[in-house]
Design a protein around this ligand. Structure first.
Ligand SMILES: Nc1ncnc2c1ncn2[C@@H]1O[C@H](COP(=O)(O)OP(=O)(O)OP(=O)(O)O)[C@@H](O)[C@H]1O
Ligand SMILES: [Mg+2]
Length: 209
C-alpha cells in the first residue's frame, strides 16, 4: 500500500503554506488520512542540521556544504516521517522539497542544477513526489503579499534581492517544462479560493475515487 506524496513549491508569498493547510482540512473532512509537513518537519536530527545551516555565526559555510546539509535533513525527514506515512496509505502534503533546492541553490545561488540534483538523488533514493504543485506567481506580487500581510518594510526589497527571486521564478518554470508529468503549474496570482480549488482539482485527479 502506498499513499500519495504531494509537494508544494514556488516562490515567497505564493500561497503554498496557506493553501496546504486548507487542502489538508478539506481532505481530512472527506475522510482521507493526511500528513501535513514541511522540512525539517520536527524531526530531531533534521532540526539539528537546520540549526547548523541557519546559525548566523556560521559565516564560513560553503555553498556546497549547505546544499549537502539540506539534502541530509531531507533524507532524515523522508525516512522518519514521509515514508512511514506513505506506507500507511496517507496523503502526504509537504511544504517545499527537492525543487526548492534545485531552484534556490542550484540556480539562484549558482551551484548548478545537475550538481544539486545529484546529491538529492542520493538523499531521496527513489521516493520522489507523485505530484508537485507549482504555485506560479510573479516575484513582485508574492513579495508584496508578504509585505502587506507581515508588515515588512518595503525598502528592504532592494534590486539584488528581487533579481534573486526572479532567478528562482525562472528556475521553477524551467523545472516545470523539464518534468511535465510530475510538476503541475497553478496560477497562484488568482484569489485564494481559486488557487485552492485549482490545487484540489489536480489532487482529486491523482486520488483513487
Ligand atoms: N491567492 C492569494 N491572494 C491573496 N493573498 C494570499 C493568497 N494566498 C496567500 N495569500 C496571503 O499571502 C501571504 C503569504 O502566503 P503563504 O504564507 O501561504 O505563502 P508561502 O508560499 O507559504 O510563502 P513562503 O515561501 O514565504 O513560506 C499570507 O499572508 C497569505 O494569507
Ligand atoms: Mg510558507
Amino acid at each position: 500500500m502506498r499513499g500519495l506524496f504531494v509537494t508544494f513549491e514556488g516562490g515567497e508569498g505564493a500561497g503554498k503554506s496557506s493553501v496546504l493547510r486548507e487542502i489538508g482540512k478539506e481532505l481530512k473532512s472527506e475522510g482521507y488520512q493526511v500528513l501535513e509537513t514541511r522540512e525539517p518537519g520536527g524531526i530531531r536530527i533534521a532540526e539539528k542540521i537546520r540549526e547548523v545551516i541557519l546559525n548566523p555565526s556560521h559565516t564560513e559555510m560553503d555553498r556546497r556544504t549547505e546544499a549537502l546539509l539540506y539534502a541530509a535533513a531531507r533524507r532524515q525527514h523522508l525516512v522518519e516521517k514521509v515514508i512511514p506515512a506513505l506506507q500507511e496509505g496517507k496523503i502526504v502534503l509537504c511544504d517545499r522539497f527537492l525543487d526548492s533546492s534545485l531552484a534556490y541553490q542550484g540556480v539562484a545561488r549558482g551551484i548548478g542544477l545537475e550538481e544539486v540534483n545529484a546529491i538529492n538523488e542520493f538523499a531521496i533514493d527513489d521516493c520522489m513526489p507523485d505530484v508537485t504543485l507549482l504555485f506560479n506567481i510573479e516575484p513582485e506580487q508574492g513579495l508584496n503579499r508578504i509585505m502587506e500581510n507581515k508588515e515588512r518594510e518595503q525598502n528592504r526589497l532592494d534590486l539584488e534581492h528581487l533579481d534573486f527571486h526572479q532567478q528562482v521564478y525562472q528556475a521553477y518554470q524551467d523545472l516545470a517544462s523539464r518534468y511535465p508529468d510530475r510538476i503541475q503549474t497553478l496560477d497562484a496570482g488568482q484569489s485564494f479560493e481559486r488557487v485552492k480549488e485549482d490545487a484540489l482539482q489536480i489532487l482529486r485527479n491523482c486520488l483513487p475515487s
